[in-house]
Structure formats: C-alpha cells, structure tokens
Write a protein that binds this ligand. Structure first.
Ligand SMILES: Cc1cc2nc3c(=O)[nH]c(=O)nc-3n(C[C@H](O)[C@H](O)[C@H](O)COP(=O)(O)OP(=O)(O)OC[C@H]3O[C@@H](n4cnc5c(N)ncnc54)[C@H](O)[C@@H]3O)c2cc1C
Length: 294
C-alpha cells in the first residue's frame, strides 16, 4: 500500500496545537511477525528520524494507528523502548475495518500513528511488591512491555506470577518467550479454554489459577488486561484475598476516537478512558466498571 501524496506531513513545523494532537506521523512497517490465527505483530519505525528519536512511551500506553481510507484504531504498545530501541511494536488482532486493512499490508508499507496516549502500568509505584499479571487473549500484548521492564529490573520486584489464558493453544501469543520469562524467575502459568492433541498443559480460565498459589495482600499488586468478564473475575478473586482496590490495576478497552479526551467518545462517568486511562487503579473506577458501553 502506498500513501497518497496529498497526505498531511505529520509533525510539520508550522502545525498548530490542534493539528499536532490530531495529525498522524507516518511510520514504516519494518517487520511483520505472525503470532496466531488473525493476530500479527508489527515493528514500526517513524519515517522522520527526528520524530523517531523524540518518540517516548511507557508500557500500557497506546497509539491511534491510521490507515488512509479506513480510519483509526487504538492499539497498545506491545514492547518497551529498551527492548526494541528505535521501534514501536504493536500486536494486532484483525477484527474490523482498520485492523483488517493493516493485515493486508507488507514490509515497506506505511501507517499513520498518533500518540503515545493514556496512562501506563504503575511500574515504579509497585516496585518492591509481589506482582500478579493476569491477562487473556489480546490482553497480553499491552502487558508485555511491563513484563520486559520487570525482567530487566527483576531484583526490584518480589514474586512475579503471570497468569495468561487463550481460547486454544494456537491462540497463545509469544510462546517462544515463556521459557526466557521462566528463567528470569517469573512463575508463568498458561491455560487454555480448549486443548488439542498438542496440548498437555492446563485447561481452564485465568481467575481460577488464583486458587493455586497464596498471595500476601499487604504486598501484592495485580495488573490485569483482557476481556472484561475475565477482568471482573480476576478482581473478584483478588478482592477475596483482601488485596486492596488501590493495588489492583485494570486496563479498560473502550471505543476511542480522538485519543486525548477532546471528543468525549470514550467518556464514562467522570473519566475520559483515553486520557485518564486506559490503566486505572480499580479503586478509581469501581463505580463505572460494570457499566456497559453504549
Ligand atoms: C486503549 C486500547 C488499547 C488497545 N490495544 C489493542 C492492541 O494492542 N491490539 C489489538 O488488536 N487491539 C487493541 N485494542 C482494540 C482495538 O482498538 C479495537 O479492536 C478496534 O476497534 C479495532 O479497529 P477496527 O477498525 O479494526 O475494528 P472496528 O471496525 O472498529 O470494529 C470491530 C468490532 O469490534 C467492536 N469494537 C470496536 N472497538 C471496540 C472496543 N474498543 N471495545 C470493544 N469492542 C469494540 C466493533 O463494534 C465491531 O464489532 C485496544 C483498544 C483500546 C481502547
């Protein structure tokens, strides 16, 4: 896919405040890694080297990816800057207009990128604590950058447990990395809803695995991302173990448009999920957590 010449030149010096927030930067696709059926990882490099050099983000934040003629989609970074210097890494499930258009792209094609937006996982705040990372399906990519950070700073955290679930073994993401994570003293617990002839691991849902280990509620933090029903039960199990609501961190997925709290599309109660979130302490969003999007 080629970018029409009429496309805005993002980051142009004369752009005003509004256009700086709303105009995309262009990014080249430099690598494509198939992860699972319908899920692909893209390594992007911002076309303008100056913009790339300035570009900073933290695990948990997201970009708005733009495909001309199709629109934009919110996609989290699935790596961190230290692990992939000079690159922005996104893992994408191809579900609709924009993400299916991206699935047809090749190395050398260009996408628009606005960001980074939103809040990050509280990796400084939870330093010294035991960490339970509970995620399902496409909920692992937004947490992988946090995992990489913990791996590099392993001594700064206590016991770290990854509870990860997918529908089937073929839907598991980044399986080649689990061994490395285990060797770095991360307790990696992978489970699937339905096994197949290749699978001799665990079957069941993610929240169930809270029954298999003990947590010390005074020093445990939970980071969770995935289908809302899964997160609801993760929170339920965490609360049952008396982990304080302020130590449970949730990444909310809502339909987003501007990404910066201007359009109100993702407003829920007092929050713009794109700007005040997507990562919230559960203590802040308890009242809106079960409210459906409309
Ligand atoms: C902060 C944030 C981070 C995200 N990170 C990732 C990521 O790392 N990887 C990834 O694959 N996806 C991620 N998503 C989800 C992604 O933004 C949506 O799947 C997006 O709608 C895809 O755009 P599309 O144009 O391809 O699909 P669309 O054509 O917009 O829609 C596809 C289907 O999904 C429904 N839908 C659309 N948006 C949402 C939504 N936000 N929540 C629930 N249902 C929705 C639509 O109603 C439709 O049925 C993230 C979303 C948010 C808000």
């Amino acid at each position: 896919m080629t970018v029409p010449l009429s496309m805005p030149n993002a980051g142009g010096g004369s752009a005003g405040y509004a256009s700086k927030l709303l105009l995309p930067h262009w990014a080249d696709i430099v690598k494509i890694i198939p992860e699972a059926e319908g899920v692909t990882t893209y390594h992007l490099r911002l076309t303008d080297p100056e913009v790339q050099a300035r570009y900073r983000f933290q695990p948990g934040q997201f970009n708005m990816l733009y495909v001309p003629g199709y629109g934009e989609a919110a996609i989290s970074m699935s790596s961190d800057l230290e692990s992939n210097p000079g690159l922005v890494v996104h893992t994408i499930r191809h579900v609709g207009n924009v993400t299916k258009a991206i699935s047809r792209m090749k190395v050398g094609d260009v996408v628009g990128l606005r960001g980074p937006f939103g809040t990050a996982w509280p990796l400084e705040q939870i330093r010294g604590k035991d960490v339970v990372i509970a995620c399902g399906g496409i909920g692992l990519p937004p947490l992988r950058g946090a995992l990489y950070h913990i791996l590099r700073q392993r001594a700064d955290y206590g016991k770290v447990t990854l509870l990860y679930g997918a529908r089937t073994p073929k839907d598991l993401m980044y399986p080649d990395e689990y061994e490395t994570w285990k060797q770095a003293d991360i307790d990696v617990q992978v489970t699937v809803d339905r096994g197949d002839e290749t699978w001799n691991g665990r079957i069941g849902v993610v929240p169930m695995w809270f029954y298999h280990f003990r947590v010390d509620p005074r020093k445990t933090a939970v980071l969770t991302c995935g289908p809302e029903i899964m997160m609801r039960f993760v929170i339920y199990e965490a609360l049952a173990r008396r982990i304080p609501t302020s130590q449970i961190f949730v990444s909310l997925e809502r339909n987003m448009k501007c990404g910066q709290g201007a359009c109100g599309h993702c407003q829920q109660g007092p929050f713009f999920i794109c700007k005040d979130g997507p990562v919230f302490p559960f203590s802040a969003i308890e009242s809106i957590f079960n409210v459906e999007e409309y």
